[in-house]
Design a protein around this ligand. Structure first.
Ligand SMILES: N[C@@H](CCC(=O)N[C@@H](CS)C(=O)NCC(=O)O)C(=O)O
Length: 277
């Protein structure tokens, strides 16, 4: 008798859970059918530029978005901004939608747009100059970048001068801190002390500063494709917490060639940051 009662209890419990799951599935299907977000219709031939929120101080919080925006401005490619925290199918930002198709990774996007719009911003460079420009870009994107995001999202977590940079929720800031901590650990720099990361940052900035020297652009008198990435990263120096060593460098003009370079690129391609669309 006791066994019979316990079986019925199990049955009742099973039916209860089963119905609950069924109800959830049905509710989800109904929601998807009646309240599905309509896919946005975008104009053909225009690059839909998906990126994280803009900031009053620079065109974007993300150096790769500033890079891509600068490239499209330099190459006169028509684009339309879409600001959101939504990531690309590869789970990164920025990304684009072009003629209904999504493309990820700023460099792959540039390569794609070069072909699509028949652009070559570095055609005036020799093979040796291209190699130097390539190395400079890689240093900023694969080394300097990590020192900047660790400084901004991890070492400055909770600082009010960071939350004022853009309209990011407390949850977004926490997610950025967690993601950056994990990613930088696996990248390697996340295992270093703050002082060691600062040393790497200074070495990269010094190398950029010395390479640029008194040239107006990265490789001479004419801007090239790699200027977009370098400028995008340098622009981040103005987007750090008030008490950061990076803000201190900006205030003390530690790298004068970078300051001149930044101002020149900004005035030429982003004369008014607010007028980005
Ligand atoms: N190689 C990529 C890097 C893009 C990238 O790392 N973007 C960061 C934001 S600045 C990102 O998507 N972070 C989110 C994450 O990795 O989860 C590119 O050039 O687009």
């Amino acid at each position: 008798m006791a066994a019979e009662i316990s079986w019925s209890c199990t049955e009742i419990f099973g039916t209860f859970v089963g119905s609950g799951i069924l109800l959830l599935v049905v509710a989800k299907l109904v929601c998807r059918f009646f309240f599905a977000e309509k896919p946005t219709e975008y104009p053909k031939g225009v690059v839909i530029f998906c990126q994280v929120p803009k900031t009053p101080v620079a065109p974007n919080l993300c150096p790769f978005a500033v890079k891509l925006g600068t490239y499209m401005r330099m190459a006169n490619i028509p684009y339309q901004n879409v600001y959101s925290m939504k990531l690309s199918p590869k789970r990164k930002t920025p990304w684009i939608i072009y003629n209904g198709q999504a493309y990820s990774d700023s460099q792959f996007i540039i390569e794609f747009l070069n072909k699509e719009f028949n652009v070559d911003l570095s055609k005036h460079l020799t093979a040796k100059e291209k190699a130097i420009a390539h190395s400079m870009r890689k240093m900023t994107e694969e080394s300097l970048y990590w020192t900047f995001i660790m400084n901004r999202w991890v070492q400055s977590y909770g600082d009010p001068t960071i939350s004022r940079l853009a309209t990011l929720s407390g949850l977004d800031l926490w997610k950025l801190k967690m993601a950056t901590s994990v990613m930088s650990y696996f990248q390697g720099y996340g295992r270093h002390t703050e002082e060691e990361v600062e040393r790497i940052s200074r070495q990269d900035l010094q190398a950029l500063n010395d390479h640029i020297g008194d040239k107006p652009y990265l490789m001479g008198d004419k801007p090239c494709e790699e200027d977009c990435a370098v400028f995008g990263m340098i622009a981040m120096m103005w987007l750090m917490r008030e008490s950061s060593f990076i803000t201190k460098m900006v205030k003390e003009n530690t790298y004068p060639n970078l300051t001149i370079y930044y101002e020149k690129m900004k005035n030429e391609f982003w004369p008014i940051y607010e007028e980005q669309s």
